[in-house]
Design a protein around this ligand. Structure first.
Ligand code: FES
Length: 319
């Protein structure tokens, strides 16, 4: 199961927005151009292509990490876990940089605090790496490449911090501090790419189809007779794609038809046991209330109030 084109379509959007080709929109900053180039250069593809399939088979189906998959994505929390965990190393290493600078200014009493902060950052980085790899495992195209650069820079940064700790243990504090500050710069660059992945390419963000606000008055969307028992249909509610379903009891349910993970078309998914399985990465949602039953999605689907009126199925936002 794999998303055919959502990441690719994001890349197309970025390029058309930026007028890509040889003509770059002059309004685009040099850092954005660099990010775009990193996203398009294929130099990291062999590395990513070697790691990603093994990672996916470990996380999917009967793979050894499959029981951890939902936790790594943050599904039980209804919130992506990776961005929250990255705060641990970033925060700890920021403190270490402050303590190191104080030491350079002659305040040697901050040495132990700096060393401890680096250790805490490294411990937090392990959890951040695990959740980040799970997030990256189902990316394609530009997000996959940027994610690879993000991981490479973070790996170099963490390596610098490990070296710095070793140097500190040998009493070579000056070189150790310089190494740690170098690691901080690398982690900062990695963080910039992480922000681009989350906010520019929406990896890990909630996907919803615009417009965001459904009508507050009941709106007819389908003749009741066109939704027999056990069937489902995609309908339009004021521009919002909605998945209508009617279970064995005859009750009609209405949830958003766009998967909150990466925007997969849920009406093309598999329907069983009162749930729909997304055709792209296998996330499963309850049709009755939109809850996430199985990751990688973390956010539930929007649901809509239903009623039958004059032979029509009508929907509106829950009030
Ligand atoms: S788009 Fe990934 S599970 Fe639906």
């Amino acid at each position: 199961m794999f998303a055919p084109s959502v990441q690719a379509s994001v890349s197309v959007w970025r390029r058309s927005q930026w007028g890509y080709g040889e003509k770059v929109n002059p309004e685009v900053s040099s850092s954005e151009r660099l990010v775009d180039r990193l996203g398009r250069t294929t130099i990291v593809d062999p590395l990513a292509d070697a790691i990603q399939p093994a990672l996916r088979s470990a996380l999917d189906g009967t793979g050894p990490l499959a029981p951890l998959k939902d936790v790594l994505h943050g599904t039980p929390l209804n919130h992506p876990l990776h961005p929250a965990l990255t705060d641990i190393p970033v925060g700890a290493w920021s403190l270490a940089a402050v303590f190191d600078c104080l030491e350079l200014l002659g305040r040697r009493e901050y040495q132990a605090a700096a060393d401890l902060s680096i250790g805490v950052g490294l411990a937090g980085a392990i959890a951040a790496v695990a959740t980040g790899l799970a997030e990256w495992s189902d990316t394609m195209g530009e997000p996959k490449r940027l994610g690879t650069w993000h991981a490479l820079l973070n790996t170099l940064g963490a390596g610098a911090y490990v070296s710095s700790l070793v140097l500190r243990s040998r009493g070579r504090r000056g070189v150790a501090i310089a190494t740690a500050l170098g690691g901080y710069a690398l982690v900062g660059m990695a963080g910039y790419l992480g922000g681009e992945l989350a906010f520019g390419l929406h990896v890990g963000a909630k996907h919803v189809a615009p417009p965001l606000f459904p009508p507050s008055d009941f709106t007819p969307v389908l003749a009741d007779a066109e939704l027999p028992l056990g069937s489902h249909k995609r309908v339009d509610l004021g521009g919002i794609p909605v998945l209508l379903s009617r279970g064995a009891s005859g009750a009609v349910h209405a949830v958003a038809a766009v998967c909150t993970h990466r925007g997969g078309p849920l009406d093309e998914g598999e329907f069983a046991d009162g749930c729909v399985r997304c055709p792209w990465h296998g996330g499963r949602f309850s049709l009755a209330d939109g809850r996430v039953i199985e990751g990688p999605p973390v956010f539930p689907l929007a649901r809509f109030e239903t009623r039958l009126h004059d032979g029509q199925i009508e929907l509106r936002a829950f009030t």
